[in-house]
Design a protein around this ligand. Sequence first.
Ligand code: PAF
Length: 283
Amino acid sequence: MARKPLIVRTVSPLRKAVATLRKKHDSVALVPTMGALHDGHFSLVRHARKRAGAVAVSIFVNPKQFAPNEDFGSYPRNFEQDVAALSKLGVDLIWAPTETAMYPGGFCTAITPGGPALAGLEDAFRPHFFGGVATVVAKLFLQVTPDVAIFGQKDYQQLKVVTRMARDLDLPVKVVGCPTMREKDGLALSSRNVYLSVEERVTAPVLYRVLKESAARIKAGEPIAAVLADGRAAIEKAGFKVDYLEGRHAETLEAVVSAADGPIRLLVAARLGRTRLIDNLGV
Ligand code: PAF
């Protein structure tokens, strides 16, 4: 029978709970999330289980990574459902801090990431985003003190930012990225897919189709700029407004001119109605 994980909401009981886990287990893995969990998150939890004796999942919709015009208020929240699913997966601990536990009155310290956080991708459209992510993830790492932290590759730039931050700040945690989980038609799983209308849901897999076709053409030696121009046109024709479709160095996220500058990662962000979708694929 599923055993309900321990749920903690403030830092002091969290520290006690982690200490107890550490007495029993050789290592602790953390899967940071904002809740509204889906199969993509569950695959991260399963991976965490393979990497460590104890698994903690954080659930916190972080206000600092949303701009005032973004969807913080309407971001899907399904706490009871999330707990039920994590129970079935045998998660040991759910760290679901209250907003004041995470950001007590007077909170005024922030991390300002550079490098991959300034690549001109997500940061160009959501300038507040990586500062908010880096600050909360640094806090999560210091609160839970995991040996390993598991992130999805769907938020590819985020994965690079967090990896760089952990390295730069000597945080004693190994950051691991796991492959994107997809629907049968290729749409990357995302908590925001619930915003798509029935018609938009039919169109949405175009993003992945274009990524796959573009990757194949670049691999076959076609010039990156021409391939991406075609890809952008195909995405727009399907009804999206494209924020970016770019080929970047897979590690540094720096611009690339030809396949010889690789390994290359293709990254896309586009809006379909009120839903902003992101995806990426290695060449
Ligand atoms: O990817 C997410 O869900 C969030 O950005 C994260 C890493 C949990 C930080 O709030």
